[in-house]
Design a protein around this ligand. Structure first.
Ligand code: NAD
Length: 392
């Protein structure tokens, strides 16, 4: 089939297998162009391994440190008539390149929030790796089914306390306009914490520890976004921010709870980037288009793989990592520093529908968005007939 992007709202409903593979290849090539890690992870579990920051973490561990990786993700398999999800094709490509490089890999496709998938993962670790020395928790999901009660929680992206009126950008309509977001009620806040907070991360660590598969000195990290003034009303100080605060609580609990294996638990703060998760958040596409413009002009722009490279080499695998006041690792400084934020705020105040294409990195945003699904990548023939069926 000839595969062209099918965009619906903030999502693309199909993906290109050859383009996704090229995307994975480029990230691997980036890692291989950097010095190999002398001290790095060797047996790694990545929960949320198929796209965005989790995929970059898996690539960094495997190709930057020769790690054996087990990944967990939730992706749709292709059929004769419908393409698989981007994460499906990314994983297939990762497997292919890992195999060529003689690196161990195994991926479990299923609901990471369930105890069944946790048990299956543990069995696989026991059988193939014995133990793991790094657990990356990189899930982004709108829903979570509680493994004990069966209740399904939904996350919401709403401000807290009062209505918030702001500019936003509709990526599919190419339209800058104002929106008013109603504040979340207590139940919505609680449910968002249940989905995107630390509870499931803690449950993973508890079960991995109980099974004896956490190696001595094991590290674990979950990812957060902190941002600054422009994004606080809809992120940092909003429902998702409450869930992220809960990650800080969970990290502190994990640090206290597993002294027998000297577990090091971190929340790592990363920069705002176009991923499937961030495109769904109101305001973020506008903020990201503007911050891309500023950071590209400053020469400080990075993608997922560059961010994760720095996280691994400058924070996770150094003798004493630098932490912020909440014991978090920060890789987002090039975005959140005052000088860069002042520039983005100035643009934010001026931006309108009329000047958006001049003031913002409109092209960069769209190209990164399409790339998530394997489209718009140099060297890929998008008129060619390709087989959507790619197996792992
Ligand atoms: P993403 O949408 O690209 O990736 C999400 C991953 O989670 C995928 O591998 C998906 O398969 C997996 N997943 C979702 N639900 C699952 C389930 N039920 N079971 C198993 N796997 C499941 O998201 P991302 O942007 O890379 O986000 C990852 C983390 O990084 C999140 O915690 C996010 O808040 C954080 N983060 C993102 C940004 C950003 O700008 N994108 C910035 C800072 C931090």
């Amino acid at each position: 089939m000839v595969i062209k992007p099918k965009i619906r709202g903030f999502i693309c409903t199909n993906a290109h297998p050859v383009g996704c593979a090229a995307n994975v290849r480029q990230q691997i090539d980036y890692v291989k162009s950097t010095p190999h890690m002398n001290i790095g992870p060797k047996r790694v579990l990545v929960i949320g391994c198929s796209t965005g920051y989790g995929l970059a973490s898996r690539i960094m561990a495997a190709f930057g440190s020769d790690a054996k990786t087990i990944g967990v993700c939730f992706e749709k398999e292709p059929t004769e008539r419908k393409t698989g999800t981007a994460g499906w094709y990314n994983t297939a490509a990762f497997h292919k390149y890992a195999q060529e490089a003689n690196l161990y890999y195994h991926t479990i496709n299923g609901d990471a929030f369930s105890d069944e998938i946790k048990a299956e993962t543990i069995e696989r670790i026991k059988a193939d790796l014995g133990q793991v020395d790094l657990v990356v928790y990189s899930l982004a999901s709108p829903k979570r089914k509680d493994p004990v009660t069966g209740e399904v929680y939904s996350s919401t992206l709403k401000p807290i306390g009062k209505q918030y009126t702001t500019k936003t950008y509709d990526t599919d309509k190419d339209l800058v306009h104002e929106i008013t977001l109603d504040p979340a009620n207590d139940d919505e806040i609680e449910q968002t914490i249940k989905v995107m907070g630390g509870e499931d991360w803690e449950r993973w660590i508890e079960q991995l520890h109980a099974a004896g598969v956490l190696a001595d000195g094991c590290q674990t990290t979950a990812y957060t976004y902190i941002g600054k003034k422009l994004t606080w009303p809809i992120y940092g100080h909003a429902t998702i921010g409450k869930a992220k605060e809960d990650l800080d609580r969970a990290a502190a609990t994990l640090r206290r709870g597993y002294k027998d294996v000297h577990l090091k638990a971190w929340v790592s703060s990363l920069k705002a980037l176009v991923t499937q998760a961030s495109s769904a958040i109101p305001v973020m596409p506008l903020y990201i288009s503007l911050i891309y413009k500023v950071m590209k002009e400053e020469g400080t722009h990075e993608g997922c793989i560059e961010q994760i490279y720095r996280l691994f080499t400058q924070d996770l695998y150094v003798e004493v990592p630098e932490m912020d006041d909440h014991n978090r690792l920060r890789v987002d400084g090039l975005e959140t520093n005052d000088k860069t934020q002042a520039k983005v705020e100035a643009l934010w105040n001026q931006v309108t529908q009329e000047n958006f294409h001049q003031l913002a990195d409109y092209k960069g945003y769209h190209s990164d968005f399409l790339r998530l699904f394997g489209f718009g990548i140099d060297g890929v023939d998008y008129d060619a007939d390709v087989d959507p069926i790619v197996n792992w």
